[in-house]
Design a protein around this ligand. Sequence first.
Ligand SMILES: *Cc1c(COP(=O)(O)O)cnc(C)c1O
Length: 303
Amino acid sequence: MIFELNKSVNEPIILPKKYGVELFLKREDKIHPFISGNKYRKLKYNIEEAKKKGFNKLLTFGGAYSNHIAAVAFAGQEFGFQTIGIIRGDELEDKIEENPTLIFARACGMEFKFISRQLFREKHSDVFIEKLEKEFDQFYLLPEGGTNNLAVKGCEEILTKEDCDFNFICCAGGTGGTISGIINSSKPSQKILGFPALKGSFLNKDISKFVRKKNWNLILDYHFGGYAKVNIELIEFINKFKRENNIQLDPVYTGKMIFGIFDLLEKGYFKEGSKILAIHTGGLQGIAGMNKVLKQKKMPIIE
Ligand SMILES: *Cc1c(COP(=O)(O)O)cnc(C)c1O
Protein backbone atom coordinates (compact mmCIF):
# COMPACT_ATOMS: atom_id res chain seq x y z
CA MET A 1 0.00 0.00 0.00
CA ILE A 2 1.29 3.44 -0.85
CA PHE A 3 0.43 6.05 1.72
CA GLU A 4 1.85 9.18 0.18
CA LEU A 5 2.10 12.48 1.98
CA ASN A 6 3.64 15.66 0.70
CA LYS A 7 6.40 17.08 2.84
CA SER A 8 5.24 19.95 5.02
CA VAL A 9 7.46 23.01 5.22
CA ASN A 10 7.99 25.57 7.98
CA GLU A 11 6.91 29.01 6.79
CA PRO A 12 7.94 32.20 8.61
CA ILE A 13 5.10 34.33 10.00
CA ILE A 14 5.33 38.10 9.95
CA LEU A 15 5.64 39.49 13.49
CA PRO A 16 6.30 42.96 14.87
CA LYS A 17 10.03 43.38 15.59
CA LYS A 18 9.35 44.39 19.20
CA TYR A 19 8.65 40.79 20.31
CA GLY A 20 12.22 39.71 19.50
CA VAL A 21 11.12 36.14 18.67
CA GLU A 22 10.70 34.10 15.52
CA LEU A 23 7.52 32.22 14.64
CA PHE A 24 7.18 29.53 11.98
CA LEU A 25 4.12 27.60 10.89
CA LYS A 26 4.52 23.95 9.87
CA ARG A 27 2.20 23.53 6.94
CA GLU A 28 0.69 20.13 7.74
CA ASP A 29 -2.39 21.40 5.94
CA LYS A 30 -0.43 20.85 2.72
CA ILE A 31 0.40 17.17 3.16
CA HIS A 32 -2.54 15.95 1.12
CA PRO A 33 -4.77 17.62 -1.48
CA PHE A 34 -8.06 16.53 0.15
CA ILE A 35 -7.33 15.45 3.69
CA SER A 36 -5.41 18.25 5.27
CA GLY A 37 -3.27 17.85 8.30
CA ASN A 38 -3.22 15.59 11.29
CA LYS A 39 -6.19 13.35 10.47
CA TYR A 40 -4.25 11.68 7.70
CA ARG A 41 -1.24 11.20 9.97
CA LYS A 42 -3.54 9.54 12.48
CA LEU A 43 -4.98 7.18 9.91
CA LYS A 44 -1.74 5.99 8.35
CA TYR A 45 -0.84 3.11 10.69
CA ASN A 46 -4.49 2.32 11.43
CA ILE A 47 -5.16 1.76 7.74
CA GLU A 48 -2.09 -0.47 7.52
CA GLU A 49 -3.28 -2.44 10.55
CA ALA A 50 -6.80 -2.84 9.16
CA LYS A 51 -5.39 -4.15 5.88
CA LYS A 52 -3.00 -6.51 7.63
CA LYS A 53 -5.83 -7.97 9.70
CA GLY A 54 -8.00 -8.45 6.63
CA PHE A 55 -10.80 -5.99 7.38
CA ASN A 56 -12.69 -4.48 4.48
CA LYS A 57 -14.76 -2.03 6.49
CA LEU A 58 -13.88 1.00 8.63
CA LEU A 59 -16.37 2.36 11.14
CA THR A 60 -16.02 5.56 13.06
CA PHE A 61 -17.86 8.37 14.88
CA GLY A 62 -18.07 12.10 14.50
CA GLY A 63 -20.00 15.33 14.50
CA ALA A 64 -21.61 16.80 11.41
CA TYR A 65 -18.60 18.91 10.38
CA SER A 66 -15.93 16.50 11.56
CA ASN A 67 -12.53 16.61 9.85
CA HIS A 68 -12.07 13.02 10.99
CA ILE A 69 -15.25 11.83 9.23
CA ALA A 70 -14.10 13.49 5.99
CA ALA A 71 -10.62 11.95 6.34
CA VAL A 72 -11.91 8.41 7.01
CA ALA A 73 -14.34 8.62 4.08
CA PHE A 74 -11.58 9.68 1.72
CA ALA A 75 -9.01 7.19 3.01
CA GLY A 76 -11.56 4.40 2.72
CA GLN A 77 -12.15 5.21 -0.91
CA GLU A 78 -8.43 5.53 -1.59
CA PHE A 79 -7.43 2.26 0.07
CA GLY A 80 -10.38 0.05 -0.77
CA PHE A 81 -12.45 -0.01 2.42
CA GLN A 82 -16.17 0.44 2.84
CA THR A 83 -16.73 3.20 5.39
CA ILE A 84 -19.47 3.74 7.95
CA GLY A 85 -19.85 7.01 9.80
CA ILE A 86 -21.89 7.12 13.00
CA ILE A 87 -22.97 10.77 13.11
CA ARG A 88 -24.01 12.73 16.20
CA GLY A 89 -27.52 14.17 15.93
CA ASP A 90 -30.45 12.20 14.46
CA GLU A 91 -32.03 15.47 13.33
CA LEU A 92 -29.35 15.71 10.62
CA GLU A 93 -30.56 12.68 8.71
CA ASP A 94 -32.58 14.68 6.19
CA LYS A 95 -30.23 17.64 6.14
CA ILE A 96 -27.26 16.04 4.42
CA GLU A 97 -27.65 18.36 1.43
CA GLU A 98 -26.99 21.35 3.69
CA ASN A 99 -23.75 19.96 5.04
CA PRO A 100 -20.59 20.17 2.91
CA THR A 101 -18.68 17.66 5.09
CA LEU A 102 -21.38 15.00 4.80
CA ILE A 103 -21.79 15.65 1.06
CA PHE A 104 -18.05 15.07 0.63
CA ALA A 105 -18.06 11.93 2.79
CA ARG A 106 -21.05 10.51 0.93
CA ALA A 107 -19.37 11.19 -2.42
CA CYS A 108 -16.42 9.11 -1.13
CA GLY A 109 -18.87 6.26 -0.52
CA MET A 110 -19.40 6.60 3.22
CA GLU A 111 -22.59 5.13 4.64
CA PHE A 112 -24.11 7.07 7.56
CA LYS A 113 -25.99 6.09 10.66
CA PHE A 114 -27.39 9.08 12.54
CA ILE A 115 -27.88 8.67 16.27
CA SER A 116 -29.19 10.91 19.03
CA ARG A 117 -26.79 13.04 21.03
CA GLN A 118 -27.62 10.97 24.08
CA LEU A 119 -26.79 7.64 22.45
CA PHE A 120 -23.67 9.22 20.95
CA ARG A 121 -22.27 9.70 24.44
CA GLU A 122 -22.33 5.92 24.94
CA LYS A 123 -20.82 5.17 21.58
CA HIS A 124 -17.70 3.43 22.89
CA SER A 125 -19.61 1.12 25.27
CA ASP A 126 -19.45 -2.64 24.65
CA VAL A 127 -23.22 -2.91 24.37
CA PHE A 128 -23.40 -0.30 21.65
CA ILE A 129 -20.42 -1.71 19.72
CA GLU A 130 -22.01 -5.17 19.80
CA LYS A 131 -25.18 -3.71 18.33
CA LEU A 132 -23.16 -2.07 15.58
CA GLU A 133 -21.46 -5.39 14.84
CA LYS A 134 -24.86 -7.06 14.43
CA GLU A 135 -25.93 -4.31 12.06
CA PHE A 136 -22.75 -3.87 10.00
CA ASP A 137 -20.88 -7.16 10.46
CA GLN A 138 -17.13 -7.02 11.05
CA PHE A 139 -15.36 -3.69 10.94
CA TYR A 140 -12.15 -2.01 12.02
CA LEU A 141 -13.13 0.53 14.63
CA LEU A 142 -11.61 3.97 14.70
CA PRO A 143 -12.48 5.98 17.81
CA GLU A 144 -13.97 9.48 17.58
CA GLY A 145 -11.26 11.92 16.52
CA GLY A 146 -9.16 8.92 15.46
CA THR A 147 -6.92 8.85 18.52
CA ASN A 148 -5.35 5.55 19.58
CA ASN A 149 -1.79 4.22 19.88
CA LEU A 150 -1.33 3.84 16.14
CA ALA A 151 -2.61 7.38 15.57
CA VAL A 152 -0.07 8.74 18.04
CA LYS A 153 2.63 6.77 16.23
CA GLY A 154 1.62 8.50 12.97
CA CYS A 155 1.80 11.90 14.66
CA GLU A 156 5.32 11.16 15.86
CA GLU A 157 6.29 11.74 12.22
CA ILE A 158 5.15 15.40 12.23
CA LEU A 159 8.38 16.71 13.75
CA THR A 160 11.60 16.05 11.84
CA LYS A 161 15.30 16.43 12.60
CA GLU A 162 15.25 19.95 11.17
CA ASP A 163 12.82 21.04 13.89
CA CYS A 164 15.14 20.31 16.81
CA ASP A 165 16.32 23.90 17.30
CA PHE A 166 12.87 25.32 18.05
CA ASN A 167 12.43 26.25 21.73
CA PHE A 168 8.63 26.04 21.67
CA ILE A 169 6.28 23.86 19.66
CA CYS A 170 2.60 24.80 19.71
CA CYS A 171 -0.25 22.52 18.71
CA ALA A 172 -4.05 22.68 18.93
CA GLY A 173 -5.75 19.87 20.84
CA GLY A 174 -9.03 18.00 20.55
CA THR A 175 -8.55 14.44 21.79
CA GLY A 176 -4.82 15.00 22.35
CA GLY A 177 -3.49 12.36 19.95
CA THR A 178 -1.63 14.81 17.78
CA ILE A 179 0.17 16.64 20.55
CA SER A 180 1.04 13.29 22.16
CA GLY A 181 2.90 12.26 19.00
CA ILE A 182 4.68 15.60 18.95
CA ILE A 183 5.70 15.28 22.60
CA ASN A 184 7.04 11.76 21.98
CA SER A 185 9.29 12.89 19.14
CA SER A 186 10.39 16.19 20.72
CA LYS A 187 13.71 16.86 22.42
CA PRO A 188 13.48 17.07 26.24
CA SER A 189 14.85 20.63 26.00
CA GLN A 190 11.92 21.73 23.83
CA LYS A 191 8.71 22.95 25.40
CA ILE A 192 5.46 21.73 23.87
CA LEU A 193 2.40 23.94 24.36
CA GLY A 194 -1.08 22.55 23.74
CA PHE A 195 -4.05 24.78 22.97
CA PRO A 196 -7.23 22.78 23.67
CA ALA A 197 -10.21 23.61 21.46
CA LEU A 198 -12.56 22.37 24.19
CA LYS A 199 -13.31 23.76 27.60
CA GLY A 200 -11.80 22.09 30.66
CA SER A 201 -8.52 20.43 31.60
CA PHE A 202 -9.43 16.75 30.98
CA LEU A 203 -6.90 16.72 28.15
CA ASN A 204 -4.07 16.59 30.69
CA LYS A 205 -5.13 13.08 31.66
CA ASP A 206 -5.77 11.96 28.09
CA ILE A 207 -2.33 13.08 26.91
CA SER A 208 -0.64 11.45 29.92
CA LYS A 209 -1.84 8.05 28.68
CA PHE A 210 0.34 8.36 25.57
CA VAL A 211 3.46 10.18 26.74
CA ARG A 212 6.26 9.79 29.28
CA LYS A 213 7.99 13.15 28.91
CA LYS A 214 7.12 16.13 31.08
CA ASN A 215 8.17 18.90 28.70
CA TRP A 216 4.64 20.07 27.91
CA ASN A 217 1.75 22.02 29.27
CA LEU A 218 -1.68 23.14 28.22
CA ILE A 219 -2.80 26.72 27.70
CA LEU A 220 -6.45 26.66 28.67
CA ASP A 221 -7.47 30.25 27.86
CA TYR A 222 -8.23 30.14 24.15
CA HIS A 223 -11.20 27.79 23.61
CA PHE A 224 -13.55 30.74 22.91
CA GLY A 225 -16.39 29.21 24.91
CA GLY A 226 -16.01 25.63 23.76
CA TYR A 227 -15.73 23.31 20.83
CA ALA A 228 -16.55 24.97 17.48
CA LYS A 229 -17.70 28.13 19.28
CA VAL A 230 -16.48 31.35 17.68
CA ASN A 231 -16.89 35.08 18.12
CA ILE A 232 -16.41 38.07 15.84
CA GLU A 233 -12.96 38.79 17.24
CA LEU A 234 -11.75 35.31 16.25
CA ILE A 235 -13.25 35.48 12.74
CA GLU A 236 -11.70 38.89 12.16
CA PHE A 237 -8.35 37.62 13.44
CA ILE A 238 -8.44 34.66 11.01
CA ASN A 239 -9.29 36.99 8.09
CA LYS A 240 -6.57 39.46 9.00
CA PHE A 241 -3.99 36.67 9.39
CA LYS A 242 -4.88 35.46 5.90
CA ARG A 243 -4.53 38.94 4.39
CA GLU A 244 -1.12 39.43 6.00
CA ASN A 245 0.38 35.96 5.61
CA ASN A 246 -1.64 34.43 2.80
CA ILE A 247 -2.33 31.40 5.00
CA GLN A 248 -5.82 30.09 5.74
CA LEU A 249 -6.52 29.06 9.34
CA ASP A 250 -9.53 27.06 10.45
CA PRO A 251 -11.94 28.43 13.09
CA VAL A 252 -12.12 25.33 15.32
CA TYR A 253 -8.46 24.57 16.01
CA THR A 254 -5.62 26.44 14.31
CA GLY A 255 -7.30 29.87 14.37
CA LYS A 256 -7.72 29.65 18.15
CA MET A 257 -4.16 28.44 18.64
CA ILE A 258 -2.59 31.23 16.55
CA PHE A 259 -4.85 33.78 18.26
CA GLY A 260 -3.54 32.43 21.57
CA ILE A 261 0.10 32.61 20.46
CA PHE A 262 -0.33 36.24 19.36
CA ASP A 263 -1.98 37.09 22.68
CA LEU A 264 0.83 35.39 24.62
CA LEU A 265 3.40 37.29 22.53
CA GLU A 266 1.72 40.56 23.49
CA LYS A 267 1.81 39.49 27.14
CA GLY A 268 5.53 38.72 26.97
CA TYR A 269 5.13 34.97 27.57
CA PHE A 270 7.98 34.04 25.21
CA LYS A 271 11.52 35.07 26.17
CA GLU A 272 13.39 37.24 23.67
CA GLY A 273 15.30 35.16 21.17
CA SER A 274 12.82 32.25 21.33
CA LYS A 275 12.15 30.25 18.20
CA ILE A 276 8.54 29.08 18.07
CA LEU A 277 7.08 26.45 15.76
CA ALA A 278 3.28 26.23 15.48
CA ILE A 279 1.69 23.23 13.75
CA HIS A 280 -0.96 23.95 11.13
CA THR A 281 -2.99 20.79 11.64
CA GLY A 282 -5.31 21.53 8.71
CA GLY A 283 -9.07 21.28 9.08
CA LEU A 284 -9.85 23.62 6.20
CA GLN A 285 -12.66 21.41 4.88
CA GLY A 286 -14.76 22.57 7.83
CA ILE A 287 -14.81 26.23 6.81
CA ALA A 288 -17.66 25.89 4.30
CA GLY A 289 -19.90 24.39 6.99
CA MET A 290 -18.90 27.00 9.56
CA ASN A 291 -19.64 29.81 7.11
CA LYS A 292 -23.17 28.48 6.59
CA VAL A 293 -23.73 28.67 10.33
CA LEU A 294 -22.18 32.16 10.53
CA LYS A 295 -24.41 33.43 7.72
CA GLN A 296 -27.50 32.15 9.51
CA LYS A 297 -26.37 34.03 12.62
CA LYS A 298 -25.69 37.14 10.51
CA MET A 299 -22.06 37.15 11.66
CA PRO A 300 -19.04 37.97 9.48
CA ILE A 301 -17.80 34.94 7.56
CA ILE A 302 -14.35 33.45 7.04
CA GLU A 303 -13.03 34.99 3.82
C1 LIG B 1 -8.80 16.99 14.92
C2 LIG B 1 -7.97 18.21 14.79
C3 LIG B 1 -7.13 18.64 15.83
C4 LIG B 1 -7.06 17.93 17.15
O1 LIG B 1 -6.33 16.76 17.06
P1 LIG B 1 -6.32 15.77 18.31
O2 LIG B 1 -5.35 14.73 17.91
O3 LIG B 1 -7.71 15.22 18.43
O4 LIG B 1 -5.94 16.53 19.50
C5 LIG B 1 -6.37 19.77 15.64
N1 LIG B 1 -6.45 20.47 14.49
C6 LIG B 1 -7.25 20.11 13.49
C7 LIG B 1 -7.31 20.96 12.29
C8 LIG B 1 -8.05 18.97 13.59
O5 LIG B 1 -8.86 18.61 12.59
